[in-house]
Structure formats: structure tokens, C-alpha cells
Design a binder for this molecule. Structure first.
Ligand code: DOR
Ligand code: ZN
Length: 344
């Protein structure tokens, strides 16, 4: 049995670092473990300009305390009015690494998102031409579609045509949750990849109703039935270069989760590596973890692999019930549970 695992320093290809007091409370959890992170732009107001991204990046660097060796990779939030020239300039200047497509009203702070992807032609042509990745929250927003089907329907109705119309557009389908998404990404004759979160490897939809309503298991896309969890897990542990680590760590203060209308989002950053390892260990795939965590994403983005390493050892760690204080109290993923690995 392997009791010790040393991997190249990993990256988190999808994280919400928030802003203000919450940024100051949570950013260090990501910076402590990861060399780089793709930072989501769904602030209020969203990050849509070079100036906003530059200022946000500076606030992140202040929050992590300058010399942690951590690099935030910024994203541009797409709207119906996004300007292809601003995006191309931001990419050329090294400010924007990627663009994020939220279908309007799909999730937290997506009200300014895209109402009609056909209106994005100029942006998508530009991204394809300059090789800048499009990151997609892949759910339809049609409320007549069952919420558990919204990702699979998006793959069929929106993603498949998109890959046909823009054959060279680099796409990351974010936080996949279904067998349909995993199969599409694995098989498409297209430059496409997917991020996978810890929660979608460990939870199925029973977790939402386990003895009562469980707001801390609620995120979007919502966790699906067991067959989908298993398909997503097979994708993550398959060794395929198309699947890589993206936590979607999305902190909300405890009161916003434990509420009559609780926010979507799971805060998994503090124990992300330990949590992913639970899944890879259970599936006898520890030898595939380094590819998933530290190599596949960088290669897809065309970035160098990180220097340095992280070592994990088999040991019991108890996840605290709450992390943070003074108005930034957040309940972490798997609060109160004992994990089987810790970072040395
Ligand atoms: O659960 C989620 N939370 N899914 C998202 O897409 C957004 C995120 C957030 O920002 O809270
Ligand atoms: Zn997200």
C-alpha cells in the first residue's frame, strides 16, 4: 500500500476567490497548495475589462501576501456586449488567460451572463483565432428542463453545435457532473477538456437529502445520481489528458448557505488535495493523481508545468466544522469528517 505520494506542485483550474473580506479569508488556502489558479470572474460587478482584472489580480496578490509563489490566472466574464478587441488585447497583455461563459441566470452572479450564444460570434471567432480558451458553465437555463438534466441537454443543444461551428476553439467544460458530459469530452474530435471537482467525485444526489436538507452539499451544477458520479470518477482517474483538477471552491458565509434560499457553492479549498486523494485512493489510481492535478491542465492551457512538489501522507485529518471568523465563517466541504491523507 502506498502511504506517501509526492507530486509536482498542482494547479487549480477553476476557483472562486471572491473579493473584500472573503478574499482575504480564503485566498491563502488556494495559494498554499496550488502554483496557479484560474480565478472566476463572477464578482459584483463581474470582471469584464482589462482594468477590472488587473485591479482584482492585485487585490488577490495582496490577500495571499506577495511572495507565496502563487500566480492567479484571470478570466474575462462574457456578456452579450463583450468586446472582442478588449479580450484580444487583454490576452496579448497577459491579463486574461481565458474567457468564462455563464449562460445568463445559470448560477451565482450570472445575471449579466450571455442570453444568446449566437450573439457571441465575434468573440468566439477571436478566441478561436488567438488560441484563447473558452471556459463554459455547461447548463441550459430553460426552467422547463429538469435541473438534473440541464447539463446533458446543454451538451446536446449548445456544446455539440459549438464544436462544429468553431472546430479549433479551445473549450473547457467546467465542473462536469454527468456521464453525457464525460463521454462527450472524452470522445470529441475537438480541442476540448473538462475540470472535475472533489464534490462531484464523492457525492451523489442523495447527499442533498441525507436525513434532511443539506445546504452544504448544494452547488451548481447540482450533484447527480450515482451512475453519473461513477462516470465522472472513471473520467478523472482514467489518465486521459482531457480531464483535470478544478475545485470550483465557492465559499458563501454560513448564513447564506443555511437559509430559506441557500446559495449554491461548496468551499473545498482548505482540504482539496486530501479530498481528491480519497477518490483516487478508493479507485486504486494514486499513480494517476499527478497527471490529473499537476500536468493535464497546464498542457491544455499551453503553460509550463510547475516547479516544486507537494507530498501527501496517509494519516487521519479531521476537517473543522467552520473555517474563518468575524463575518467570513464558512462551512468547509466534509466538515467534521476524517480524511485519510494529509499534506506533509
Ligand atoms: O455552486 C456554484 N457556486 N456554482 C457556480 O457555478 C458558481 C459558484 C459560486 O460562485 O458560488
Ligand atoms: Zn465555479
Amino acid at each position: 500500500m502506498t502511504d506517501r505520494l509526492t507530486i509536482r506542485r498542482p494547479d487549480d483550474w477553476h476557483v472562486h476567490l471572491r473579493d473584500g473580506a472573503m478574499l482575504n479569508a480564503v485566498a491563502r488556502h488556494t495559494a498554499r497548495r496550488f502554483g496557479r489558479a484560474i480565478v472566476m470572474p463572477n464578482l459584483t460587478p463581474p470582471v469584464t475589462t482589462i482594468a477590472a482584472a488587473t485591479a482584482y489580480r492585485a487585490r488577490i496578490m495582496t490577500a495571499v501576501g506577495g511572495n507565496s509563489g502563487f500566480t492567479p490566472l484571470m478570466t474575462c466574464y462574457l456578456t452579450d456586449d463583450s468586446d472582442p478587441a478588449e479580450i484580444a488585447r487583454g490576452h496579448a497583455e497577459g491579463v486574461f488567460t481565458a474567457c468564462k461563459l455563464y449562460p445568463a441566470h445559470a448560477t451565482t452572479n450570472s445575471a449579466h451572463g450571455v442570453t444568446d450564444i449566437d450573439a457571441l460570434t465575434g468573440v468566439l471567432e477571436t478566441l478561436q483565432r488567438i488560441g484563447m480558451p473558452l471556459l463554459i458553465h455547461g447548463e441550459v437555463t430553460d426552467r422547463s428542463i429538469d435541473i438534473f438534466d440541464r447539463e446533458a441537454v446543454f451538451v446536446e443543444r449548445t456544446l455539440a453545435p459549438l464544436t462544429r461551428d468553431y472546430p479549433a476553439l479551445k473549450i473547457v467544460l467546467e465542473h462536469i457532473t454527468t456521464a453525457e458530459a464525460a463521454a462527450f469530452v472524452a470522445e470529441a474530435a475537438h480541442p476540448i477538456a473538462a475540470t472535475i471537482t472533489p464534490q462531484h467525485l464523492l457525492l451523489n444526489r442523495n447527499a442533498l437529502f441525507d436525513g434532511g436538507l443539506r445546504p452544504h452539499a448544494y452547488c451548481l451544477p447540482v450533484v447527480k445520481r450515482e451512475a453519473h458520479r461513477l462516470a465522472v470518477r472513471r473520467a478523472a482517474t482514467s489518465g486521459s489528458e482531457r480531464f483535470f483538477l478544478g475545485t470550483d471552491s465557492a465559499p458563501h458565509v454560513v448564513g447564506a448557505k443555511e437559509s430559506g434560499c441557500g446559495c449554491a457553492g461548496i468551499f473545498n479549498a482548505p482540504f482539496a488535495l486530501e479530498t481528491y486523494l480519497r477518490a483516487f485512493d478508493e479507485d486504486d489510481a494514486l499513480d494517476r493523481f499527478e497527471g490529473f492535478a499537476s500536468e493535464h491542465g497546464a498542457r491544455f492551457y499551453g503553460l509550463p508545468l510547475n516547479e516544486g512538489t507537494v507530498t501527501l501522507v496517509r494519516d487521519a485529518v479531521v476537517v473543522p466544522g467552520v473555517i474563518g471568523e468575524g463575518g467570513t465563517e464558512v462551512v468547509p466541504f466534509l466538515a467534521g469528517e476524517t480524511l485519510g491523507w494529509r499534506v506533509e
